[in-house]
Design a protein around this ligand. Sequence first.
Ligand code: ADP
Length: 261
Amino acid sequence: LEAQIAQSQKMQAIGQLAGGIAHDFNNVLQAIIGFSDLLLQSHRPSDPAFRDIMNIKQSAQRAAGLVKQLLAFSRRQTLRPTVLNLNDVIADLSIMLDRLLGETVRLDVAYGRDLWPVLADQSQVEQVVINLAVNARDAMKGGGTLTIRTRNVPAGEVESDGADEVQVDAVLIEIEDVGTGMPQDMLDKIFEPFFTTKATGEGTGLGLSTVYGIVKQTGGTLSVKSEVGKGTTFRIYLPRTEVEQRPAAVSDGERAPAASG
Ligand code: ADP
């Protein structure tokens, strides 16, 4: 299970990087290939520079081939945003979370009432919750409780601790541990890819950068509060979506007058 999670974190992170960078990188390579072509046209094949230019072009073409593979890889992780109730997503995950947390860490879920729907890719939301739960568990080596709460947060509402204010109606997932906590200089770095304090093989440093990427991609926001020796709270806000309204059935008879004028 651990190895699967680490692997899936890696894949998710690579996919995200690949999708974002590969496209821009390909444009650069196409420019190199294009200008190499122009240079080839202005040089005779007998010219000593001709072979060098040819080499530049072929290298750029090889690189473009690699980029194409990378893009294909990132596209394989096709996102399927659907209208979700985050309570259902967490309820579906809870057995697997229990297993993940082991013997010493207890899971406590407080499901908010009448949650608004959100538009998100379910497996991405799962990935976010799992990554945060794994970190919480690792921060509570001596045991403790991992608390997950969900709640509707109307636009303009400010969290009780005064820190967050959402701009739009959002659904909050709060993930709280009573673990080691983190000092400010560490909090500044935790969302960077490959930042980890865990032993080699135990941490990839990709968990939180993946969380960050997914939340941004979903149009949400996130925040973290932490106190050394007390614990850490992550808050994920995903924007409320409207459940698609079925267009009221319109008969041809009704449409006709609009068409005629
Ligand atoms: P990884 O878990 O592989 O190290 P992450 O990006 O998920 O990578 O986390 C980066 C680092 O942030 C962790 O190594 C840990 O030091 C710190 N961290 C993350 N979550 C918590 C938490 N809930 N409590 C204490 N430290 C945390």
